[in-house]
Write a protein that binds this ligand. Sequence first.
Ligand code: OGA
Ligand code: NI
Length: 201
Amino acid sequence: MQQILDQLENKGWAVSKNFMEKEIYDQLKKEIRVLWKENDFDKAGIGRGINYQPHSEIRKDYIHWLNPSELTSPQKHYWEKMEKLQHEINNYFYLNLHELEAHYAAFPIGSFYKKHLDQFKSVGARLISTILYLNEDWKEADGGALRIYSNGSEDFLDIYPEENSFVCFRSDLIYHEVLPTNRQRYSLTGWFRRRVNPLEF
Ligand code: OGA
Ligand code: NI
């Protein structure tokens, strides 16, 4: 995990291969496909509460939120690993992240998510975004890269959503997008949030 902390510190984002234990990874990979088959996904939208609207010119993915009080066994392993990472990030950067949220995401063929930041302007709670990719044998021709724009500049780097690779980045600083995918694309996306006083915004 130290490598993740170093990369976050130097670049504002980090990549790590073979992130979850193989057995747990296989279970997560299977679980998301079952949920998809059972139609247990909602169309993703932009904004929260009364500002929520499905926005298909901006994003075309489908999501399934994890419920922290009803985690399945592989989800529990994932959640514990995220809590551990959150704890290390807190210690290393003197932060106060105490909340976790996560959803499975499915991008059907032809879908994308245009360039954006993960922090809602009205709610400054999301500080770190995390993504675990759940796809086998992803080829460049499959498209669907995560394009990360380095800190404020137009330079970018494409990361393919390969099996058991993990990406995390500063939600408030790192612009990113998902390029159109030519193949169904699965992931487990999460955010570390700091506690916000509802009177602050
Ligand atoms: C997001 C997002 C990137 C990806 O859900 O906000 O940018 O690679 N996802 O799935
Ligand atoms: Ni995003």
